[in-house]
Design a protein around this ligand. Structure first.
Ligand code: 6PG
Length: 262
């Protein structure tokens, strides 16, 4: 009996429905993801809108620009219902607004019907907006496992391991029964609205878009597992969906490249 070779880390991750895609640059990663999203939208049934939830921060801007440049006319944007994973509690014209960044980089350049854009109203009272947005999601998207079901949830990764607006120490947001809750950025005290972990983990596809050397250490810790950490991003485990990591070489520089070497 030949001793079976120990599974490689890639195989272990693949067994957990986790795919890793590494690109030479953040631009290449964003362009490839834009093409993948365009393909998903175009192949979806004609009578079905895709529910897509976007994250903010700086990384996704390249993706939104790539979508606008590469797929302004090659995607039937009427088939998309757009939501946000989280939003800073600021007005839409504030430089911190995730919606404002998406509007400027993408929404103003594509024929996505305004009625399909469901922004979080960062200018409203946070507690009441968390309730309102929960209701918007619950009445606007399909349900699976008796929870709102997103086709795609796009996530970023903070260098402290946060994702969405779920920061270290707030793992309760992964078990919360609410669809959205108020969170606080512990470094700035800024209030945010975030969808909760059960909604993220109910998605068909969760995509992490991560780039830059400053994320390399946290990416390596998450890719290689090992000692139990309290990084919120590690709680992202779609119950019956897939997780895909879109990384540039800088962000993957400590994981040994496409063949994860922990
Ligand atoms: C936000 C995001 C947040 C972000 C990470 C990474 O509202 O800030 O949802 O989770 O994805 O903080 O941000 P960068 O892309 O700016 O590094």
């Amino acid at each position: 009996m030949i001793n079976p070779q120990p599974a490689t880390r890639n195989q272990q991750l693949n067994d957990m429905n986790i795919d890793i895609k590494i690109f030479r640059s953040a631009e290449e990663s964003a362009s490839s993801l834009a093409d993948e999203l365009a393909g998903l939208i175009n192949k979806s049934g004609k009578d079905r809108h895709l529910a897509i939830a976007l994250s903010g921060g700086s990384t996704p801007k390249l993706l939104f620009q790539a979508l606008a440049e590469r797929h302004q006319d090659s995607v039937d944007w009427r088939k998309v219902n757009l939501f946000w994973v989280d939003e800073r509690c600021v007005p839409p014209d504030d430089s911190e607004s995730n919606y404002g960044m998406t509007r400027d980089a993408l929404l103003e350049k594509i024929a996505l019907p305004p009625g399909n854009v469901h922004r979080i109203r960062g200018e409203e009272d946070p507690d009441s907006e968390a309730v309102r947005y929960s209701e918007v999601i619950e009445r606007s998207v399909d349900r699976k496992n008796d929870l709102p079901f997103f086709d795609v949830v796009l996530l970023g990764l903070g260098d402290d391991g946060h994702t969405a607006s779920i920061f270290p120490g707030n793992a309760y947001l992964f078990e919360a029964s609410e669809t959205c809750l108020v969170a606080v950025n512990p470094y700035s005290g800024q209030k945010r609205i975030t969808i909760t972990g059960r909604i993220i983990n109910n998605a068909a596809m969760v995509i992490f878009l991560v780039s830059g050397k400053k994320k390399a250490e946290i990416v390596n810790k998450i890719m290689c597992g090992g000692e139990k950490t309290e990084y919120p991003a590690e709680y992202v485990k779609p119950v019956d969906g897939r997780t895909i990591w879109y990384l540039d070489e800088d962000a993957a520089s400590l994981t040994g490249g496409q063949d994860i070497d922990c």
